[in-house]
Ligand binder design. Structure first.
Ligand SMILES: Nc1ncnc2c1ncn2[C@@H]1O[C@H](COP(=O)(O)OP(=O)(O)O)[C@@H](O)[C@H]1O
Ligand SMILES: [Mg+2]
Length: 272
């Protein structure tokens, strides 16, 4: 089974129109025989809801520091977005099943170790709270759905071995599933054309990077913010045997993912 794992974030695909466009492309791919697992985040929507409720949210190293209250909001917002994705897929004629990462014990996570981040000139250690790291993935449930022509749509609230819910970065979930399910390709749909040398210049896209290049780009500050967990997720997937990992632009009006089965160069390709 050739499985494509696609992940999109809330900046790339925002609102009904974007969702419908992506769903239409997915419908085409499904018609051509692609098996797709979809993972989505919802960072900007979660931030907006937290602020609306007069709460505060802090990011560190591209991850959201999460306490009980933040987790509750994240869960609600992601569930709502998941319903919207299902509506769009249904409209496009695709059978889909929405679920959090903890459903069917598909993903078990462990609390993520504190991370070190630069704070000006100094380096500090930050405990992210209820943020998980993917530990185990059981793919039977997902593969059952795929064999029944049902597209799994997963949002990244997961649980650890004792059932405690945690917030997991959606890129991390996507790469964990791609590795465990032996996906043919992992595609990150984001809000930039790929990895850029200069964030202000979309024309500065790097067509292809190796893991070694990534280290250098993080070290010299070219890659920052949400791009850090994304490239780390790429690294993990590649080291676990996913042969093709790619970043593409969800803002692309022509084609976001419809050419993935044609092996056309597009976005940034990450290789070993
Ligand atoms: N070198 C870089 N190239 C492209 N994007 C970068 C780079 N460094 C940092 N970024 C930031 O990473 C963001 C993508 O990560 P994120 O905001 O988490 O999006 P997503 O919702 O797709 O996970 C981009 O919008 C950009 O602001
Ligand atoms: Mg992100």
């Amino acid at each position: 089974m050739s499985i494509y794992l696609m992940k999109f974030g809330g900046n790339a695909i925002r609102g009904k129109e974007d969702l419908d466009r992506l769903a239409a492309e997915m419908a085409q791919l499904v018609k051509k025989g692609a098996k797709i697992i979809l993972v989505h985040g919802g960072g900007p929507e979660i931030t907006a809801e937290i602020e609306k409720r007069g709460m505060r949210t802090t990011m560190a190293g591209g991850f959201r520091i999460t306490d009980d209250e933040v987790l509750k909001v994240a869960d609600e917002v992601l569930k709502g977005l998941n319903d919207d994705v299902l509506d769009s897929l249904k409209k496009a004629g695709v059978k889909a099943k929405g679920m959090p990462g903890y459903e069917g014990n598909v993903i078990s996570c462990v609390k993520k170790e504190p991370i070190t981040v630069k704070d000006g000139e100094t380096t500090i250690t930050v405990d992210l709270g209820l943020v998980g790291e993917v530990d185990k993935v059981r793919t039977e449930y997902l593969k059952d759905l795929l064999s029944q022509e049902v597209l799994p749509v997963i949002y990244p609230i997961c649980a650890d071995g004792s059932g405690s819910r945690m917030n997991v970065n959606a890129d991390t979930v996507a790469s964990g599933i791609a590795a465990a399910a032996g996906c043919r390709e992992l595609i990150f749909i984001t809000d930039v054309p790929g990895i850029l040398r200069n964030l202000k210049d979309p024309g500065s896209k790097i067509d292809s990077v190796t893991l070694e290049d990534i280290d250098a780009l993080i070290a010299d500050g070219t890659i920052s913010g949400g791009m850090i967990p994304k490239v780390e997720a790429c690294r993990k997937a590649i080291l676990s045997g996913v042969s093709a990992v790619r970043m593409v632009n969800g803002k692309d009006k022509e084609s976001i993912v419809s050419d993935v089965m044609d092996n056309k160069p597009h976005g940034t390709l990450i290789t070993r």
